[in-house]
Write a protein that binds this ligand. Sequence first.
Ligand SMILES: [Zn+2]
Length: 301
Amino acid sequence: MGMEDYPRNIMEFEKRFNSEQECRKYLFKLRWPDGFKCPNCSHEKAWETGRGLHHCAKCGFETSVTAGTIFQSTRKPLRLWFRAIWYVTNQKYGISALGLQRALGIGSYHTAWEWLYRLRHAMVRPGRDRISGIIEVDETYIGGKKPGKRGRGAGGKILVIVATQIDGNRIGRIRLKRVTDASGNSLKKAIREMVEPGSTVRTDGWDGYSQLESVGYIHEIVREKSNVGKNLLPECSIVASLLKRWLLGTHQGRALYLDYYLDEFTFRFNRRTSISRGKLFFRLVQQALMIDPVHAKNLVS
Ligand SMILES: [Zn+2]
């Protein structure tokens, strides 16, 4: 199997993932591309038990390909999970729990909701890289009608920092982050999480950005005037308006799970030029295997 092996369309998908065994085989190759390695003793030989576990030939430790991933301890078939991922990655504007429930014929709304929650987690690649190069940064308010006052609280609105990579004439990758306010400390912290040091960060003249040089960025003020929540720098403005439209269309603008929606939007936006939807499927399965399970008890209900 090559590094990027995925079904190219629904026909290939249906044909390929028609059994639990085929799904497990696919997960196995993504999780252990260089072959199995026992998590207990690093031995490389194992046999598969009737229940689909990998039994280490040396120490007898048994593990499954789904242990420690979002698929862990699921009672539903992997085939259904694969269909959920295929469905999620093939919807251009994202989906709701109800949409997923209907599309898959899952009996319980809660299950659909939890799956979506887990998949959104998977969309944020663990330890994902920061964007670098020339980055435009601005901030926007979500959920409010009027712009608020910068540096103070957002007055019931949610402040989101938009970081946009400038890739020649086009927008490269983005990062989005919710912050409590537009103070120097909040902005500095958010930007350090999103942008690689050494990058050039372009902002407006807002004082909150004045500490960027001190933490290793090349800071360019490209507009002296600063105006909170509106009149964004051009590339950030495009991203912010797409984000808001998407939030309204897909999630009815609900702010409760905004952090997850920001992650979902970022995942979709950064892969918007992927010609193949199958590749999105591949990435999401890959990322679903990389993270710790999200247990139901951690869910906000
Ligand atoms: Zn072992």
